[in-house]
Design a protein around this ligand. Structure first.
Ligand SMILES: *[C@@H]1O[C@H](CO)[C@@H](O)[C@H](O)[C@H]1NC(C)=O
Ligand SMILES: *[C@@H]1O[C@H](CO)[C@@H](O)[C@H](O)[C@H]1NC(C)=O
Ligand SMILES: *[C@@H]1O[C@H](CO)[C@@H](O)[C@H](O)[C@H]1NC(C)=O
Ligand SMILES: *[C@@H]1O[C@H](CO)[C@@H](O)[C@H](O)[C@H]1NC(C)=O
Ligand SMILES: *[C@@H]1O[C@H](CO)[C@@H](O)[C@H](O)[C@H]1NC(C)=O
Ligand SMILES: *[C@@H]1O[C@H](CO)[C@@H](O)[C@H](O)[C@H]1NC(C)=O
Ligand SMILES: *[C@@H]1O[C@H](CO)[C@@H](O)[C@H](O)[C@H]1NC(C)=O
Ligand SMILES: *[C@@H]1O[C@H](CO)[C@@H](O)[C@H](O)[C@H]1NC(C)=O
Ligand SMILES: *[C@@H]1O[C@H](CO)[C@@H](O)[C@H](O)[C@H]1NC(C)=O
Length: 445
């Protein structure tokens, strides 16, 4: 992956305290400065500033040597859970890093929780090869969930993932889906059709073409119809949703864990990018200053800036999510009589909706297909940002819904690229990428 991005990647190294600062919420009073990056591994990064001028950046202190955290605790397992943790070892390792302690809350929506969900699907799917069941009962669910938490925490994951990702033991059961038996599943569903469309998905086009998604929904509807005629059943959507989990688990049992992971993450990305995950606090303070004819730009823009700084505290988001967020906030302001394009007036960029690391230049908008977080002892915690995005936030037109990113004819100025698969295009558009290297000291943990 790195090789492919070689010409448009730069590496940022953050002192571990950057994100710890987030924790103690002193970030905004402590802007960080950067020094030249010696490009630690391979020298294939051409340092570019977000604005395009070569301008190497590194932290003011070299990353501290990291303590290996992979064996910080020894998990105490229940001994009854049918999961084969050895077989899913590499997936669990990725999950633990994606959900790494202090970062987990900031990466929950886009990386950590989707990866955790994929992991659970894979573990159940793989175990079904022995148990012939695509769901656990309540008792086993509780024990397995606790085991998974322990295994992940022992590898450095946040130990509160159940809360952060809202996973309940019930999420490992069949829920309201009438089918959990592998053989019953295979006689009800056209499994070859399902495999044809889903054993490999095109990560870039799946969200628009919905090839695998449609096959999964169809299979889920087919197994839910085992309950009989569901036309007037109000919980139909819940039933179909529960059955979709069953379908995905079956699929995971037919694929090797890493392929299954790619498919699960690809599918969850489609949903992730449809929404804005940020919670918008009350905008009345802003609209009071910016409504109708703005008589003092400074006052309005400082209200906007203050508001944005609260949003930036929430979560890393993808470039496509940022577009949704810009549209949602814009609509909200317009409903409160803010008629001026305040994004333009106050130079609000898409990147400003995501977590910032001290200076605006180091704001990190994730790619629409976020890469996994990686860890190594020298660089620490690393993930990839789409740094191109000093893209002005588009002010929504009251008459028009935000353009779907699937509509090829829509040309939002410099629409953030759809996915990491489109490297070629990025180069054409002079996109820059930022590889964030967030070094981390385990002092607090
Ligand atoms: C991890 O395991 C190695 C060898 O098994 C041991 O030397 C080291 O102290 C362990 N580290 C922690 C943090 O437990
Ligand atoms: C778990 O998976 C590993 C590797 O695939 C395999 O060698 C081992 O036999 C499995 N264990 C059980 C209990 O199925
Ligand atoms: C749950 O499943 C396990 C393994 O199949 C079984 O031993 C146990 O009795 C079941 N528990 C309940 C409450 O059904
Ligand atoms: C887990 O189950 C709850 C309801 O019990 C549901 O709201 C939630 O969406 C489920 N989460 C996942 C990841 O399936
Ligand atoms: C679902 O059922 C319909 C009607 O029986 C069948 O044509 C279709 O192939 C099935 N699809 C899947 C994915 O099972
Ligand atoms: C806008 O308000 C600020 C602070 O109240 C004030 O200092 C500034 O002079 C005002 N600007 C204009 C153009 O009125
Ligand atoms: C950022 O979040 C922390 C913890 O949630 C909170 O205490 C702090 O006030 C927030 N800061 C801003 C600027 O919103
Ligand atoms: C927007 O302006 C209209 C007309 O001036 C006014 O009636 C309405 O209360 C305003 N809405 C808000 C939310 O300020
Ligand atoms: C795509 O956008 C164009 C121009 O905005 C619009 O006319 C067309 O209906 C859209 N197509 C779809 C499928 O949304």
């Amino acid at each position: 992956m790195r090789g492919g991005f070689s010409t448009n990647l730069i590496k940022f190294q953050f002192l571990s305290s950057v994100l710890l600062l987030y924790y103690v919420s002193e970030l905004y009073s402590a802007p960080l400065s950067y020094f030249g990056d010696p490009v630690p591994d391979g020298g294939d990064f051409i340092p570019m500033s977000p604005k395009g001028a070569p301008q190497p950046l590194i932290p003011f202190l070299a990353p501290s040597p990291l303590t290996p955290f992979t064996n910080s605790t020894i998990p105490k397992l229940s001994g009854v859970c049918p999961f084969n943790f050895t077989a899913a070892d590499s997936i669990l390792g990725i999950t633990a890093t994606d959900c790494f302690t202090a970062f987990a809350p900031y990466l929950a929506n886009v990386v950590c929780c989707p990866q955790l969900h994929a992991t659970l699907v894979i573990l159940i799917g793989q175990s079904s090869k022995d148990t012939m069941l695509l769901a656990l009962n309540e008792t086993l669910s509780k024990q397995c969930l606790s085991d998974v938490n322990q295994v992940l925490a022992s590898q450095g994951a946040n130990d509160n993932l159940q809360e952060i990702c809202k996973v309940r033991a019930s999420n490992l059961t069949e829920g309201s889906c009438p089918v959990k038996d592998v053989s019953e599943f295979e006689t009800t569903v056209d499994t070859s059709k399902l495999l044809t469309y889903c054993q490999k998905i095109d990560l870039v086009s799946e969200c628009c073409s919905q090839t695998c998604q449609n096959a999964v929904s169809e299979a889920a509807r087919n197994i839910s119809s085992k309950l009989g005629d569901l036309t007037d059943v109000p919980q139909l959507s819940d039933i179909v949703e529960d059955c979709q989990s069953i379908v995905l688990r079956w699929l995971a049992s037919k694929l090797n864990p890493s392929r299954a992971k790619e498919v699960m993450r690809g599918l969850s990305n489609c949903n992730i990018n449809k929404v804005c995950p940020l919670a918008f606090p009350d905008t009345r303070h802003v609209s009071k200053k910016c409504a109708n004819l703005i008589n003092n730009h400074t006052v309005c823009c400082s209200a906007i800036e203050n508001y944005m700084s609260h949003l930036q505290n929430q979560s890393f988001i993808t470039n496509l999510q940022a577009l949704n967020c810009a549209a949602s906030l814009g609509m909200k302001l317009q409903r409160e009589n803010v008629t001026t394009n305040v994004y333009n007036l106050c130079h609000v960029s898409l990147k400003q909706f995501s977590v910032q690391a001290g200076t605006q230049e180091s704001g990190c908008l994730l790619q629409s297909l976020p890469s996994d977080v990686t860890f190594d002892k020298t660089s620490g915690i690393t993930f990839l940002c789409d740094l191109n995005d000093n893209i002005p936030a588009p002010w929504p037109s009251a008459l028009q819904l935000p353009a779907s990113s699937c509509n090829k004819t829509v040309n939002i100025p410099a629409l953030p690229a759809a996915a990491s698969g489109e490297i070629g295009r990025h180069i054409k558009h002079h996109r820059n990428y930022l590889l964030m290297v967030l070094s981390f000291v385990l002092v607090l943990y």
